[in-house]
Design a protein. Structure first.
Length: 294
């Protein structure tokens, strides 16, 4: 595990001033957290691991001790020589210079793999979309350290719908920590779990927020048929376009359908038209796909 002082020295040796903030470069410097990441990934010698953002190779080389093959993608051209130096003693590491969002996993001959690492915060949502929804071959397991608030959104469930007493004595429904489009996008494909919270002090340079170690056990197949996934997202995106609006209004606007038709459609699925998008469970969104107005 490289210390901050050692990282600074490596940067000086390669005439690099500082980690690139634009690329979200914050390097893990806590061995306990690295051990937790490896444990959460449940690695074995038959595994192939895809790592997004090889950085200085600290996580890369630790993963390589446990698996048969590591493919690490690094976008920053300035770090490639360092990454090659740090991983030179490992024959099972392959380094790809490029943008992970633009490279398809078929290009680096990956069939059965796990997605493991500490990707830049700004990539998180797009990475999940790419590797769960867009890639023809999905990972069997994802173990990543990402921004805590994003991990919490991914793990969100429907809010507590029990009545809560308001200030004036009237009853209202709790709508905190409800579902969101990112949660649906991940939970459609797997079961996400936060293993532990990671203090910002575990990284150098230190980010402004804490992180979380998130694991997603990816299902063999999505919870709805592959052919229905485009319609699922069409409906969900329409619903969450205005998350504070009632379903009848936001779905009518987003789908371009009359409110009367939306009312009938929701009633057919036993969903009240006055509910808000965040209160619907994944299964309820699924039923809306099955009975979508033709």
């Amino acid at each position: 595990m490289l210390t901050p002082s050692e990282i600074k020295e490596i940067y000086l040796q390669h005439d690099i001033l500082m980690p690139n903030k634009r690329l979200g470069q914050n390097f893990l410097v806590n061995q306990d957290i690295l051990n937790a990441l490896i444990a959460a990934a449940q690695l074995d010698k038959n595994d192939t691991v895809l790592e997004i953002g090889g950085g200085l190779g600290t996580v890369t080389t630790e993963i390589a001790k446990y698996v048969g093959r590591v493919v690490t993608i690094e976008k920053d051209r300035a770090l490639i020589p360092i990454l090659r130096e740090q991983t030179a003693n490992y024959k099972n590491i392959e380094i790809i210079e490029g943008d992970a969002l633009r490279i398809q996993n078929t290009e680096y001959r990956i069939q059965d793999y796990k997605l493991v690492g500490t990707p830049p915060y700004y990539l998180t949502a797009r990475l999940f979309r790419k590797f769960l929804d867009e890639e023809p071959i999905r990972p069997s397991r994802i173990a990543v350290i990402i921004q805590k608030e994003v991990a919490q959104k991914i793990c969100a469930k429907t809010p507590d719908m029990n009545p809560v007493r308001g200030r004036e004595g009237s009853q209202r429904r709790s709508t905190s920590n409800g579902m969101n489009l990112l949660a649906l996008s991940v939970q459609l494909y797997g079961n996400p779990t936060i293993v532990r919270i990671v203090s910002k002090g575990a990284f150098w340079p230190q980010p402004t927020v804490d992180s979380a170690l998130l694991v997603v056990d990816v299902y063999p197949s999505p919870v709805i048929a592959e052919k229905d996934i485009p319609l699922f997202f069409k409906i969900a995106k329409a619903g969450f376009a205005h998350p504070r609006q009632q379903l009848q209004k936001t779905l009518s606007q987003g789908l371009g359908l009359p409110k009367e038709k939306i009312t009938i459609w929701l009633a057919q699925n036993d969903i009240e038209q006055t509910r808000r998008p965040e209160t619907l469970s994944l299964n309820e969104w699924k039923t809306l796909v099955n009975r979508y107005p033709l």
